[in-house]
Design a protein around this ligand. Structure first.
Ligand SMILES: Cc1cc2nc3c(=O)[nH]c(=O)nc-3n(C[C@H](O)[C@H](O)[C@H](O)COP(=O)(O)O)c2cc1C
Length: 226
């Protein structure tokens, strides 16, 4: 019996695996403009943020953090989105500036994911820190999905703008990675076609080096792989 199964054996390991697969497959990007009230309440937000804490973290540096942007301060973000656009394009039209501002007001719950490339042990490089940040945000998205919320990650050039960096008090070693938006999905697109295992898995062989796909023809493959 798996450690995930409760003492009464009510949830079998297979059920747990099915649940996990269903949860992962049901997460899909819902663009922030389609995320409306209600967003997570305080208890749900705590649950969602707790999920991020389960991410693997080499050296336990906690190199990433989340900055919540409550609705009453979205105007500050809106001004930075507009300023970032004007910095990139001095000829931006008023309606384009307005569109840039409007993006700050879209989802009921908005956070910025930041990674610090220098915090703690310098032996833990940026790639490892980014991986930890990616795992944390995936955990968070899955918990939000489990609670019935739609979600999206969004990036964009404004993340690098000096004004936005100032607003979020980012240090020289901080990188703003993406915004995380959560809310109630007003509409959903059909689930996108996911890649299949053979699209991203290969295996190492003694004679031919790396070969595409996963060779399950050998009975020992699944356990011998690792
Ligand atoms: C770091 C990151 C940033 C993203 N930024 C944007 C974005 O700015 N705009 C957007 O439409 N989607 C953005 N996405 C969402 C991806 O486009 C989306 O995950 C992808 O199309 C796969 O769809 P799915 O999430 O429904 O599986 C981002 C995803 C990641 C991981």
């Amino acid at each position: 019996m798996s450690g995930l199964v409760d003492k009464a054996g009510l949830v079998s390991a297979m059920d747990m695996a099915d649940l996990a697969a269903t949860l992962m497959q049901s997460r899909q990007t819902i663009l922030p403009k389609r995320l409306t009230e209600p967003g997570p309440d305080a208890t749900q937000l705590q649950q969602i943020l707790n999920a991020a804490a389960s991410a693997p973290d080499h050296g336990q540096l906690l190199p990433w953090r989340l900055v919540l942007v409550p609705t009453d301060v979205r105007g500050l973000l809106a001004e930075q989105f507009a300023a970032a656009l004007q910095e990139r394009d001095a000829a931006a039209l008023p309606e384009q500036m307005e569109q840039a501002r409007e993006k700050a007001f879209r989802a009921p719950c908005l956070m910025l994911l930041v990674v610090d490339g220098a915090k703690g042990d310098p032996e833990v490089g940026l790639a490892e820190r980014l991986l930890s940040a990616g795992c944390s945000v995936q955990n968070l998205l899955l918990m939000a999905t489990a609670l019935g919320f739609g979600s999206a990650l969004t990036s964009g050039k404004a993340l690098k703008a000096a004004g936005l960096r100032r607003l979020f008090a980012l240090s020289a070693s901080d990188q703003a990675l993406c915004f995380v938006s959560l809310g109630t999905a007003q509409s959903r697109k059909p689930a996108r076609l996911r890649p299949t295992v053979s699209d991203f898995v290969s295996h190492l062989t003694p004679e031919q080096g790396v070969q595409p796909g996963l060779d399950l023809s050998k009975p020992e493959a699944p356990s011998g792989l690792f």
